[in-house]
Design a protein around this ligand. Structure first.
Ligand code: PMP
Length: 360
């Protein structure tokens, strides 16, 4: 079967091996004669899948015992609200570093909950870079500092994370979790919608330090309180069982690849190929991100004018490339090259970019 040249930003390409494994088990999961969606979420068969996903994530990211791994619905967007609802303490300020539309949306929700402010932003320069972190900008009454590790729309990525002494660090890692090794202990809470590097949409992974659970107030709605998920192994209500099953398969695949260290090397090579195509083009392709902030997951670029960009996208579409349009909010072009996008597809895109340049 010929797989599509899929450069979608999310939902995005999944590993072919994962889809085949799911297909193989579609009608009969683990000898149950039932599909995964037909199992009770209280059954031992489902429990094994659920716990395997948690164990694999713990292993792949070396998540210490004093962290919870939670599965929550509502997308990363619900975390924009849950984070301040649970962690923004009265009389203190939530600090945000604004590096793109998703950070701005996160801040917008925090402002509805309490005192929250951006302590640093690259908005004035069209989010072309990740601002240099300045610890002295963190307010004295900071409840936490929130960052977006990879900016899916603008194609920028934190290369070196802030290190803080007494202020919890929260990261939205929706578009680069599992793409590179991270030291979980440098963070207090990490969240990520699954639909880029982890699986299908429908489940959001939250990795949080157990100590932080003390902050959640009992008066919060049950489903918006992290304690509900932590106390019940994310099984207080019916979890998205199919999404979690596919997550477990993606994690198994990541382990078979050799884990995040190996995956990072492949991602470096993939992104190098595309950035090289941009850099060699002598201004034909204009990268959006400044070199030091370039994302290895979302490569964003423009052509000299809108007309040429449009032509490029049209020709790319005719050649079978999917999802190269920039986000509707900024336009231009974007190639999302998450873990599951095969190296060959990236080489094909670089070749296409070269031949389009020659012809134009
Ligand atoms: N944060 C980032 C960095 C994202 O890329 C996205 C989605 N593209 C979101 C948050 C929102 O995720 P969701 O659609 O799961 O709510």
């Amino acid at each position: 079967m010929n797989r599509a040249l899929n450069f979608n930003a999310g939902p995005a390409a999944l590993p072919e091996a994962v889809l085949k494994e799911a297909e193989k088990n579609w009608l009969n999961i683990n000898g149950s004669n039932m599909a995964i969606m037909e199992l009770s979420h209280r059954s031992k068969e489902y429990d094994a899948i659920h716990n395997k996903a948690i164990a694999l994530l713990r292993k792949l990211l070396s998540i210490p015992e004093n962290y919870e791994v939670l599965f929550i619905q509502g997308g990363a967007s619900l975390q924009f609200s849950m984070v301040p609802m649970n962690l923004l303490l009265e009389g203190s300020t939530a600090n945000y570093i604004s590096t793109g539309s998703w950070s701005e949306k996160a801040l917008k929700e925090a402002v509805k909950v309490g005192k929250a402010a951006a302590i640093s932003s690259s908005k004035g320069e069209n989010f072309k870079f990740i601002p240099q972190f300045d610890a002295s900008a963190v307010t004295e009454d900071a409840s936490y500092l929130h960052i977006t590790s990879n900016n899916t729309i603008y194609g920028t990525q934190w290369q070196k994370f802030p290190v803080l002494e007494n202020v919890p660090l929260i990261a939205d890692m929706s578009s680069d979790i599992l793409s590179r090794p991270i030291n979980v202990e440098n963070f207090d809470l990490i969240y990520a919608g699954a639909q880029k590097n982890l699986g299908p949409s429908g489940v959001t992974v939250v990795i949080m330090k157990k100590d932080l659970l003390e902050r959640s107030n009992d008066s919060l709605p049950t489903m918006l309180n992290y304690n509900t998920y932590a106390k019940n192994n994310s099984l207080y209500n019916t979890p998205p069982t199919l999404a979690i099953y596919l997550l477990s398969l993606v994690l198994e695949w990541a382990e078979q690849q050799g884990g995040v260290e190996v995956i990072e090397k492949i991602n470096n090579e993939k992104s190098d190929v595309l950035y090289q195509a941009i850099d060699e083009s002598e201004g034909f392709y204009i990268g959006h991100a400044e070199n030091t902030s370039r994302s290895k997951m979302n490569v964003t670029f423009n052509l000299k004018d809108e007309e040429t960009s449009k032509k490029f996208l049209q020709k790319a579409k005719e050649a079978g490339f999917i999802g190269l349009n920039g986000h509707r909010s900024i336009g231009g072009c974007r190639a999302s090259i998450y873990n599951a996008v095969p190296m060959e597809h990236v080489y094909q895109l670089a070749e296409f970019m070269k031949s389009f340049r020659k012809g134009n």
